[in-house]
Design a protein. Structure first.
Length: 221
């Protein structure tokens, strides 16, 4: 019997061909399924309106519970009409913009510059009048009432609208010396959403920031 001996080079060539024939070929990349559209639960209609894709009773109860856990309080409820009134009392700077107070004063101790938000709840600073330096304490307070209406548009869709009114109080006390009587100024202004108000003394113009309504709408989630 004759044995056929192949050269080593030929054996390696055959082995290589065999490996190439059995190597798996890459398949097509996996196809991702299309992303399913998820309808948002809350839709912004305007700055003062939201549409909630839940039944009216569900939205109402959830909102009432959420408010009870905040520093807001409710003083009027008419569930039959879908109306309630939410109140806020506290720091105006959270919800009102009155610009800034900038004041420069020359004193025996040197020049001083005061710069603070005019809606700040409390500030102490100095002013100069007819060459005399006065020490001023300034307090600002805000009371806001928000009327909210829950309207059933569909069985599973509720529109919530908000309308706010703001009352700002500014109390100022100025003292010109150790033995002088303080000069007191008390002013109150009122305005609604979309409006402005201006204090008559030391004129300061104020307006809502929209954050009050936004914070209440956030409780709908």
């Amino acid at each position: 019997m004759k044995v056929l001996l192949l050269p080593a080079v030929a054996l390696f060539a055959l082995a290589g061909c065999s490996m190439l024939e059995t190597r798996p070929q890459p398949g097509p990349p996996p196809v991702k399924p299309p992303t399913e559209y998820v309808k948002p639960e809350i839709v912004v209609v305007s700055d003062l309106e939201r549409d909630v894709w839940r039944p009216k009773k569900t939205v109402w109860k959830k909102f009432m519970l959420a408010v009870s856990r905040t520093n807001f309080y409710i003083d009027h409820v008419d569930e039959a009409k879908g109306e309630l009134q939410v109140h806020y009392s506290g720091d105006p700077q959270n919800y009102v913009d009155c610009g800034r107070v900038v004041n420069k004063v020359k004193t025996p101790q040197g020049d001083k510059t005061y710069d603070f938000a005019a809606a700040s709840a409390f500030e102490q600073y100095q002013v100069m009048n007819k060459g005399k330096v006065y020490q001023v304490e300034r307090r600002m307070g805000l009371t806001a009432a928000v009327r909210m209406v829950f309207d059933e548009l569909e069985a599973e869709k509720t529109r919530v609208a908000a309308a706010s009114s703001y009352t700002l109080t500014r109390d100022q006390s100025a003292v010109g010396g150790a033995n002088s009587q303080p000069l007191l100024l008390n002013d109150t202004i009122s305005f609604s959403t979309g409006e402005t108000g201006t204090f008559p003394n030391a004129a300061t113009k104020c307006q809502p920031t929209g954050k009050l309504e936004a914070d209440l709408f956030r409780l709908l989630k």
